[in-house]
Write a protein that binds this ligand. Sequence first.
Ligand code: DCS
Length: 479
Amino acid sequence: MSLKALDYDSLNENVKNCQYAVRGELYLRASELQKEGKKIIFTNVGNPHALGQKPLTFPRQVVALCQAPFLLDDPNVGMIFPADAIARAKHYLSLTSGGLGAYSDSRGLPGVRKEVAEFIERRDGYPSDPELIFLTDGASKGVMQILNCVIRGQKDGILVPVPQYPLYSATISLLGGTLVPYYLEESENWGLDVNNLRQSVAQARSQGITVRAMVIINPGNPTGQCLSEANLREILRFCCNERLVLLGDEVYQQNIYQDERPFISSKKVLMDMGAPISKEVQLISFHTVSKGYWGECGQRGGYFEMTNIPPKTVEEIYKVASIALSPNVSAQIFMGLMVSPPKPGDISYDQFVRESKGILESLRRRARMMTDGFNSCKNVVCNFTEGAMYSFPQIKLPPKAIQAAKQAGKVPDVFYCLKLLEATGISTVPGSGFGQKEGVFHLRTTILPAEEEMPEIMDSFKKFNDEFMSQYGVGYSRM
Ligand code: DCS
């Protein structure tokens, strides 16, 4: 009997081959255990509100008024909402053609794109053109749109850091392209060595792959490093020489937990380098409302900015975006608010600063607590989380543990993470989900659990790890 199109055996192979570990085996097992009544600490996804982070007041007030515009006609509105939130809601509604229930332009509301361009100009000190900014449903959709334009077939390669956030590996699989890995150096604080890039490209070319684009995640997920200006220059020069489009995933640009290496955007570094390179390198930069101190993951708001992309290509990207009609309009307003928050002198300014500083300062302390906690454990070493939202310790698994994993039919780090989950309720993602060097094992956890719960979580991790290491024999020295 012939198969129907949606019978499993006849599905598009690219769909079946695509893996996304952040919601993989560990997450599924954690959900089962939760149903059975076990307390689970979900540290597998960078989803701050799900772990108790409170929304910032001002943006929610503005969007609430936009969602319920009749409140603006209520004579008592000023008793519940501050005047600046009311004014902002009216401003955003005036940018729409029929409020939040109407589709917007497929690139997003022109007024919000203008606010994004102004933000980029203030951040980088260089002009930004709203016509080259598209608003998207989260950064993920933007990344998918761009990879879709780049990947023509299996012979097209995309340079992706390893370890990487699996949006990239999964999307490249879905689109039928080839992932070309370049390894980040764990012993160099997850730094990026351009020699590794050269090697990766040479190897891919020897296999008949045309390398077309390079992804950087800065600050890194899962690795947490911030790229230095010198490193970004080398990367841009490399992209220029190799004629690669640079995809700069900068969704964690507000999440910085040290002062030595502040975030610096790829766009700024490119512009600082001057002509001819600043006019040559094709760059797409991504941002989101899901991260930073906003953490508004469920709103699904993002943007990408295009630099040195020919107008006819921009038109094609617009055409493809049009197929989905419009990004979420409420999310566009969150993006507008993120790039133009209350200013000094505004009624809501003090509260906004108090709330946002509170979140960022706590994240900074939590980054420290987690790294120190992991480094105090037997056979665990962990680079400091300079930025982003994750800790990515290396677990030196003893040979007996690796053997036991094999017997259980599990990848060794999956085995370790499953045991950790069963023993403590801490739900992490095994390093193999992000890619890692052969024979080296990691796990990823977010730094998002509530600060007051952090000592208990780290104690329970340590206790589990001690027991695991003594069960399977130590015999490994620290790196
Ligand atoms: N890029 C990176 C590097 C990310 O980490 C994420 C989300 C995204 C893009 C996409 O975000 P939005 O689509 O929400 O804008 N990070 C996931 C993660 O690793 N855990 O949680 C979500």
